[in-house]
Design a protein around this ligand. Sequence first.
Ligand code: NAD
Length: 250
Amino acid sequence: MLNDKIVLITGASRGIGAATTRLFAQKGYGVCINFLKDEIAAEQLKNEILQYQVKCITVKADVSKASEVKRLFKTVDEELGCLSVLVNNVGILKTQCRLDEIDEQRFSQVLTTNVMSCFLCSQQAVKRMSSKYGGKGGSIVNVSSGAAKSGSPNEYIDYAASKGAIDSLTKGLAIEVAGEGIRVNAVRPGLIHTDIHASGGEPNRIDRLKAKIPMQRGGEPAEVAEAIYWLASEKSSFATGSFIDIAGGL
Ligand code: NAD
C-alpha cells in the first residue's frame, strides 16, 4: 500500500473527524487517526477504512500539549511518510450558560483545547510542508464554527471566542505561508448531528436551534467532510484564507 498523499486528522475517532477520515480514505489518502480517549472507536474506524486499501494508523495524543503533538507528527513521519494535509478538527463545547456562569478553568480549557491544538499542529505541519524547509507544500483545513460570527450569546461565548481565534489563525497563517506552497482554509459548520451536543443543558436546545435554520434541519458530518476535502484538494488550488459555511443557510 503506497499512498502518495497523507492526511492527519485530529480528534478523528467520531463525528466530523470520522466522516472526514472515511472520505479521505475513499479518495486514496493514507490516514492518521488522532484520538484522545476512545481507542476502541479509533481502532474500529481504522478497520473500516482499511477496506479502501490505504495505509492507516491510529495515534493517541492530546493535541493541546506541545510534547504530544511533536510525538504525533514524528509518528506520522516514521509510519506514513510525507504529510500532505492537516485537518485541525479537535474542538470541545461545554454546556450552554451565560458569561457570569463561566469560570476561569472552563474558559482556559476551551481556549487551550480549541486554539492551542490548532496552533501547535499547524506549526508542526508547516515545518514539514514549507518549501522554505525543503517540503513539497500542502494544505491545512481548520474546523471553525458559525459561532465565530454569531458570538453565541447566552450559550457559550468561550467556544465562540475560541472559534474566532481559529478564524484569525486561518487568515494570518494563510497569508504568511502563501509563498511557501501551503494553503490554509477553514469550514464553519452550523448545527451538525454529533456527540459534541451531548453535554446536557437545555432539553429542547437542538429543536430550538433547528427552528432558526433556513433549511430546517441540522447537518450530517459527511456534509462537512465534503467541504473539508474540497478545501484540502487540488480542486481548490487558488483558495487560501477562505471560509466555507456549511450551515443550511444560517
Ligand atoms: P465530537 O465531540 O464528536 O468530536 C471532537 C473530537 O475531538 C472528539 O473525538 C474528542 O475526543 C476529540 N478531542 C477533544 N479534545 C482533544 C484533544 N485535546 N486531543 C485530541 N482529541 C481531542 O464533535 P464534532 O461535532 O465532530 O466536532 C468536530 C469539530 O467541529 C470541532 O472543532 C467542533 O467545534 C466543530 N463544530 C461542530 C459543530 C456541530 O454542530 N457538531 C458545529 C460547528 C463546529
